[in-house]
Design a protein around this ligand. Structure first.
Ligand code: ADP
Ligand code: MG
Length: 450
């Protein structure tokens, strides 16, 4: 239970502070403060981080004291930093949505608790150690070490995780930095949109006046000449201004075939580093970390089984564990190796993995539910349509590497929070309801094998 201040006084205090500072200062620095206690003339408040504490102590302590004297029986404000809490699903919130909010990851965002995509939650092994260290160095001193930092490696190995970690960490250290995480596809769409609406100035402001640009999956630019030209200028402007660039790709720049040499050579100016598929120990360590949150004990043999059968993709590694723990909870069985082998049959890759598109997943799910794809994308909120839509969203998360906002878009432009809710709902149902578990499993198997 959170301690409660004398009724109303805390609200009054906050209101009084709010009236005396700018909205940005309020949101960035003062709104995130929490009440702890008021004792012997001292009002104790907590801050989200050490950095926040130092900043508020330096800039706003006089104001905090004055207002405390007016409203509380206290003239002395003391600050303490709250320990970080994990907030696993908030990672995608960092993704900037072009057109949707038009909001970069700005200083006005209240510093958030550690998201899933953080350095702390990144398991380091020989396959990713160098990329991890470089990303960390860049987050701590943007623009000063490796610029650009270029990270490449195949799908599901942690590139997006590292990009978001850079954003979270540098924001923690310096909330005043302006940073923007963007997929290359969104950058491209923004650019096209800028041209179409004759608002190139907006586009340029958006991408050239920032401290850190985190550009994900740059292989998307391959063969798109206009965007390569534009990105070349964006790159130069940022680089000259000393802004940090972090870029990811599924392959080395030399294999980005249609990339012009001038851009390719710029990618090699800073530091190029790859991420390799994790070795079995690292896979096991990642599973251990995930298993800590599982509702049931997962025996070591089962973790080893998963680690040895899912070698090339960490997303699939996580999916395998989720499936087993859900099945065990549902059937109220202890998890054991026989069960794991049975439940994970389809994950043991026999054929080359295909890239699945949301349309296929929506189509298959709709068909299985006796509905049409348009039903799933459309606005209706009737059952059983909503359930089918949520199932399809869950499968998109499991079977593609689309972010939550992207999945939302594939379902007729829904918000990422709707998707987040759908994932939670389906995860919960898979544990409670056998029919849901069977349906999700069957669809996932069919789609993978199709
Ligand atoms: P990529 O962008 O390379 O396709 P992601 O960053 O999306 O891969 O990672 C896929 C999933 O695996 C994410 O859930 C991510 O958190 C997890 N993951 C990847 N690498 C690690 C790691 N080293 N430690 C813990 N989790 C990881
Ligand atoms: Mg990615």
């Amino acid at each position: 239970m959170k301690p409660q201040p004398v009724s109303g006084a805390w609200d009054q205090y906050r209101q009084a502070l709010r009236n005396r500072v700018t909205p940005v200062t309020w949101q960035t620095w003062l709104e995130p403060l929490d009440y702890v206690t008021e004792e012997n003339g001292t009002l104790s408040l907590s801050t989200p981080s050490e950095f926040h504490l130092r900043w508020v102590n330096e800039k706003y302590i006089t104001l905090l004291n004055q207002v405390a004297a007016d409203i509380f029986d206290a003239s002395d404000v003391r600050l303490e930093a709250r320990p970080n809490q994990a907030n696993p699903e908030s990672a995608d919130l960092l993704e900037d949505e072009p057109g949707a909010t038009g909001r970069p990851i700005l200083s006005a965002d209240p510093p958030s608790a550690a998201p899933k995509y953080s350095f702390e939650n990144f398991i380091v092994g020989p396959s990713n150690r160098f990329a991890y260290a470089a990303a960390m160095a860049v987050a701590e001193q943007p623009g000063q070490h490796y610029n650009p930092l270029f990270i490449y490696g195949s799908a599901g190995l942690g590139k997006t995780h590292l990009l978001h970690s850079v954003a979270a960490q540098s924001r923690e250290i310096n909330p005043a930095l302006v940073m923007r995480y963007v997929t290359s596809e969104d950058f491209f769409n923004d650019f096209v949109d800028g041209i179409r609406r004759k608002r190139m100035d907006e586009f340029k402001n958006r991408y050239r006046r920032i401290d850190i640009l985190l550009l994900d999956d740059v292989q998307f630019f391959e063969g798109k000449e206009q965007i390569l030209e534009e990105f070349f200028h964006t790159f130069n402007t940022l680089h000259q201004a000393g802004s940090q660039l972090v870029i990811t790709s599924d392959r080395h720049p030399r294999h980005l075939s249609t990339l012009e040499d001038r851009l390719r050579s710029r990618f090699e100016w800073g530091l190029l580093t790859d991420i390799q598929p994790p070795d079995v120990e690292t896979r096991l360590a990642i599973l251990h970390k995930n298993a800590e949150f599982a509702p049931r004990q997962v025996p070591e043999a089962v973790l080893e089984f998963i680690a040895s059968h899912v070698p090339n993709n960490i997303r699939e590694l996580e999916g395998a564990l989720t499936r087993i723990t859900a099945y065990a909870a549902l059937t109220q069985q202890e998890i054991n190796l026989d069960m794991a082998t049975d439940v994970l049959q389809d994950l043991i890759p026999t054929v080359n993995q295909r890239t699945l598109h949301p349309e296929e997943i929506i189509g298959a799910t709709a068909a299985a539910c006796g509905l049409s794809p348009t039903d799933l994308i459309g606005p209706s909120r009737r059952q059983p349509l909503v359930r089918a839509r949520q199932t399809a969203m869950y499968l998109c998360r499991e079977l593609t590497d689309l972010s939550l906002p992207k999945i939302g878009r594939a379902f007729g432009g829904r918000d990422h929070t709707t998707v987040m809710h759908a994932l939670d709902r389906v995860k919960a149902l898979m544990i409670e309801d056998k029919a849901t578990f069977d349906q999700v499993t069957a669809l996932s198997q069919n789609l993978r094998e199709a």
